[in-house]
Design a binder for this molecule. Structure first.
Ligand SMILES: O=C(O)C(=O)C[C@@H](O)[C@H](O)[C@H](O)COP(=O)(O)O
Length: 359
């Protein structure tokens, strides 16, 4: 089992990663809880709720709330429904919410925990590769039809308990979605990590040692940044590499019509192209494109309006004075934020989408 302590100016919590560690779930909870509510989705519920229930302290009263699987559950309706469930289950300020699932569940359950009675404890129990990213760092949110994660907070969990055995049941589409965040951590941190991921075939079973190594490296990159800038005043923006266009694509296509990671993967391709054009440098665009293609990422999209995408990019949380800010690379491992003019963005996006082609 690998343990990483996250220490920010206001918080401290552990991230536990390992095979089969769910059996020790009760030991990883930082204190005793009398009333625990598990929040999960319809797919994960079938697979893991019973295990989690079994390994929680037997003295606690445990309830389970299940929401439909998918990005559409990060909605005001599901959020309100879960608050009602928390009230019905008599959760009080000493209670605990267990977020059992991937990024959607972590963000949604975390936001419920952040706001119920002005904030109660929660722990993240990730079950996807993507959640190595979303479960660490305390960003919790739901979506608005106008933009991704527009309603949320910074609200760290009490612990992250990541049993990597749960990844054995992941379908390929979820592997692709998760590995986009893994390779993002490579792009913004160092060449060796990036190259290792570029050499990994994620269409077949990824050797567990390799997968665990990638997850631990990704978590370490994230932890280092979050510890220095929890509330995203500066360097935390780098974790948003690929997300400016990625989020715009997700909301423009309608949540759930493309996975978060697949949209971010395309967003990173665009960010690399913009970096090359802006700084007149050469980055591993071709190697990355080849990896995306070999691993069956969607590289053509339904027809999209450049203007609509730009309008959505302006709603991104990094925007200032209605100007789009993107995370670019000066080289692998050297991210920067850059304001892009509307005119440049229109030309770059037009060219990029034209090259990608539509379905
Ligand atoms: O933790 C962060 O900071 C990130 O930006 C990580 C992203 O991969 C993640 O998708 C995050 O939830 C996006 O945050 P947002 O602030 O752009 O909504």
């Amino acid at each position: 089992m690998h343990k990483q302590l996250i220490t920010t100016s206001t918080n401290q919590y552990n991230v536990f990663v390992g095979n089969g560690i769910i059996e020790n779930l009760a030991d990883y909870l930082p204190k005793e809880y009398q009333n625990i509510m598990i929040i999960t989705d319809s797919i994960v519920h079938e697979l893991y709720t019973e295990d989690v229930r079994k390994y929680l302290p037997q003295s606690a009263q445990v309830s389970v709330s299940v929401v439909p699987a998918g990005e559409n559950s990060k909605s005001i309706e599901q959020y309100y429904h879960l608050l009602t469930e928390a009230i019905k289950n008599n959760l009080d300020r000493k209670s605990l919410i267990v977020a059992l699932g991937g990024g959607v569940i972590g963000d949604l359950a975390g936001f419920v925990a952040a706001t119920y009675m002005r904030g109660i404890d929660f722990v993240q129990v990730p079950t996807t590769i993507l959640a190595h990213d979303s479960s660490v760092g305390g960003k919790v949110a739901i979506n608005h039809p106008e933009g991704k994660n527009l309603i949320g907070n910074f609200y760290p969990p009490q612990a992250v308990i990541f049993d990597t055995d749960t990844l054995k049941t992941l379908p390929n589409i979820e592997k692709r979605s998760g590995y986009a965040e893994v390779i993002k951590h490579g792009f913004i941190s160092n060449e060796a990590f990036l190259e290792d991921v570029l050499e990994t075939d994620i269409t077949t079973d990824i050797p567990p040692m390799k997968l665990n190594d990638h997850l631990q490296k990704g978590i370490a990159v994230k932890a280092d940044i979050v510890e220095k800038d929890e509330k995203e005043a500066n360097i935390r923006k780098f974790l948003n590499f690929g997300h400016t266009l990625g989020h715009a694509i997700e909301s423009e296509l309608g949540y759930g019509n493309i996975t978060h990671g697949e949209a971010v993967a395309i967003g990173m391709l665009f960010a690399i192209e913009v970096s090359e054009a802006t700084y007149r440098i050469s980055l591993p665009y071709q190697a990355y494109y080849h990896w995306l293609s070999a691993n069956q990422y969607p590289l053509s999209l339904p027809p999209l309006s450049v203007q609509n995408l730009i309008n959505r990019m302006k709603k991104d949380k990094k925007s200032e004075n209605a100007m789009v800010q993107m995370v670019l690379l000066k080289e692998v491992g050297s991210p920067v934020t850059e304001t892009i003019s509307d005119q440049d963005l229109t030309n770059l996006l037009d060219n990029f989408l034209g090259k990608l082609g539509s379905e």
